[in-house]
Every structure is written in C-alpha cells, then in structure tokens.
Design a binder for this molecule. Structure first.
Ligand code: SF4
Length: 241
C-alpha cells in the first residue's frame, strides 16, 4: 500500500488509487456495513462506502487536515466533509474566507470548488466511533504523505482540525520534506501555531468542526474565521480574493 501511494504520479492518480484501498480489514468492514445498512434519512441513496480522497486544488497554499470521513457524510457522498453538519460549518467558514465558491457542501456534484486550498483526512476510511486505531492511522499515513509531497511546491500553511490531525502532521515532515520533526512535539490547542524554517509549511491548530464542538460553542464561527484569516495571511493570500 505504501508503495502504491508513493508511485502515484499526480493527485488524480492518487485519488483513484486510494479509492481502491482495502488495507485495513476493520475499516473496510465498517465502511461497507454502513453503506449497506444506511441511515433512515438516506435509505434511498447509494453510499460511496470506500476510502475518501482529498479534495481541492493541486496548487494549494493551504492544506486542511481532518481526522477521517464521517460514516454518513464522506462515506456516503464520496467527498470529504460533504453531507454532514461538520462540513456545513467548515465550508461556510471557507466561503466567508474566500477559499470556497459556495457555503454548502451536500453532494459530490454540487458545484463546490475550493480556491488555494486542499482538504484531506489523516485516515481515509470512516472508522467506528470516529476512532481509528494506531495501526490503522499508521497504515493510512502513506496516502497523506504522498498527497502533501504532491502539493509541496505551493503549500505554505497547514490547518489541523483537532488533536488527531495535529499529531498526524509531524511524520509528514520527515516523509515529504526530509526534515526531522520537532522534539518534543508541540502541544495541540486551538490557536496553536508552529513554524519551522522557510522550507516547511507553518502549522495552525484549530478545534475540530465536530458537532460536539460547534453545538456546545467550544468552537464558534468567529474562532474559525480568525484561524482562516491567519492561514490566508501566512500563505501570502491577503491580496487575493
Ligand atoms: S484507512 Fe487508509 S489504509 Fe486503511 S483501508 Fe482505508 S484508505 Fe486504505
């Protein structure tokens, strides 16, 4: 699997290859079971039921890194953060920030397009209870490493949504940039900001856009706006809308 990821010549080839990945038996079983049983509200829909590739432009200056697809969101629609409440919050914020052409993300063919931005998940199959095991995280990591490698020429800033994505970032430094990750690892927090040398992207921490955070007010639209405004600034996008 790591070899297949490394061999992908471009994002299109990688997206096609990841959608054919069956490396994690527990996650393969779960994504397919969810796609078969379905939620009542979506019973008449065909679920994607496969790994969910990254989404966005190939010359991204900003990468947004999430945990994994939602069982009835990305695992249903085939596009990351699409068709669930987390995506509603995220894409509304990206639209306000001038990084998305529309504020909603409901289906893979809804016309959504990103500007300067690529979104990916650290683990590409929906996990039970949104909790991949450490082995599953490590098994899936080569897909993320290759994706970052492919957008490396333009990438300036990485926004990590939640502690899992924050932790998943550091091995990328070694695998995609040949740079030793900082020791000890910087601690995650909302508003955390790490910068290394000019050759590697700066990293921002942001609470995950999960309902658990957005419904309770732990993460507000204003907090998201501040993160994406900072990401734009760090990416040198302040003059481009
Ligand atoms: S989680 Fe990643 S490595 Fe595991 S089956 Fe899905 S795409 Fe493959």
């Amino acid at each position: 699997m790591a070899g297949r990821a490394a061999r992908a010549a471009d994002l299109a080839e990688m997206d096609g290859a990841v959608a054919q990945c069956f490396a994690c038996p527990r996650l393969v079983a779960w994504r397919e079971e969810v796609a078969t049983v379905r939620r009542a509200a979506f019973r008449d829909q065909e679920y994607w039921g496969r790994p969910v590739p990254g989404f966005g432009v190939a010359d991204a200056r900003i990468a947004i890194l999430g945990l994994a697809p939602a069982a009835h969101g990305g695992n249903r629609t085939g596009r990351i953060f699409t068709g669930d409440r987390s995506g509603d919050v995220l894409f509304a914020a990206l639209h306000r920030a001038g990084l998305a052409n529309q504020p909603t993300s409901v289906a893979a063919d809804d016309g959504l397009a990103l500007r300067h931005t690529r979104i990916a998940a650290a683990v590409r199959c929906a996990p039970p209870d949104n909790k991949p095991t450490p082995v599953e995280r490590d098994t899936c990591a080569p897909w993320l490493h290759r994706e970052i490698d492919l957008i490396r020429p333009t990438l300036r800033v990485v926004v990590t949504l939640g502690a899992f994505a924050w932790a998943a970032w550091w091995p990328v430094l070694r695998q995609a940039y040949g740079v030793r990750p900082p020791t000890p690892r910087p601690g995650f927090g909302h508003g955390a900001h790490w910068s290394g040398n000019d050759a590697v992207p700066q990293v921002l921490g942001c609470y995950h856009v999960s309902q658990q955070n957005t419904f309770t007010g732990r993460l507000t639209p204003t907090m998201l706006d501040d993160v994406f405004a900072q990401a734009r600034r760090l990416a040198g996008l302040d003059d481009s809308r």
